[in-house]
Design a protein around this ligand. Structure first.
Ligand SMILES: NC(=O)N[C@@H](O)C(=O)O
Length: 186
């Protein structure tokens, strides 16, 4: 009988997420040439230079995630563009894996991160991923590439093979402790 892989959920840190992309929502940098501004009313700074890949147009999507299952058996990647996810109404669990030399998910790099409101992730092109929520549906802001979205919609609604994304089955994995923080008794 095939054993189910167990995956712990990690807190999100820049270093821990570095193999997969970039953590968003880090503290305001202390300069060093990063474009930033601060006054008594506001702070703003450059958090990430988003890259859609050659010839791509950046696109903002509003995305609802509502899959609460602690188990997953497929992953998705985008070949050309980075993809950023910023949860707005709750936290999400972002599962990621690097691509192996042959482009398949390198399951030795499989990892899960709790992405809190006020945080976000930007995945590098080729980063395999899936998303879970611990409780109610969570609305997220997503930054991606127009053509990748159109290609993915076509693939998901017809039998046409995706050109800018890949979705593959993997052995079943189970997220450990998939509990919404709000449900954790103090
Ligand atoms: N819109 C879109 O690309 N969604 C997927 O990548 C996903 O992981 O939700």
């Amino acid at each position: 009988m095939t054993s189910i892989g167990k995956l712990n959920i990690n807190d999100l840190t820049p270093g821990a997420f570095w193999p997969y992309g970039w953590m968003l929502g880090k503290p305001m940098p202390d300069g060093n040439g990063v474009p930033l501004f601060s006054n008594p009313a506001t702070d703003f700074w450059q958090e990430h230079l988003f890259n859609t890949g050659e010839g791509g147009d950046a696109e903002l999507l509003w995305v609802n995630y509502r899959n609460r299952s602690p188990e997953f058996s497929n992953l998705e990647k985008h070949l050309l563009t980075q993809q950023a996810i910023v949860p707005l109404t709750g936290e999400v669990i972002q599962v990621v894996a690097q691509s192996a030399v042959d482009g398949s998910p390198d399951l030795d790099t499989l990892a899960a991160f709790r992405v809190l409101q006020g945080q976000g992730v930007c995945m590098a092109p080729g980063c395999w991923h899936t998303t879970r929520v611990a409780g109610a549906e969570v609305t997220c802001l997503m930054m991606t590439r127009c053509s990748t979205t159109a290609d993915l919609i076509q693939h998901l609604t017809t039998s046409v093979r995706a050109a800018e994304s890949a979705i593959v089955d993997i052995p079943v994995q189970r997220l450990q402790g998939l509990t919404a923080r709000a449900e954790i008794s103090e």
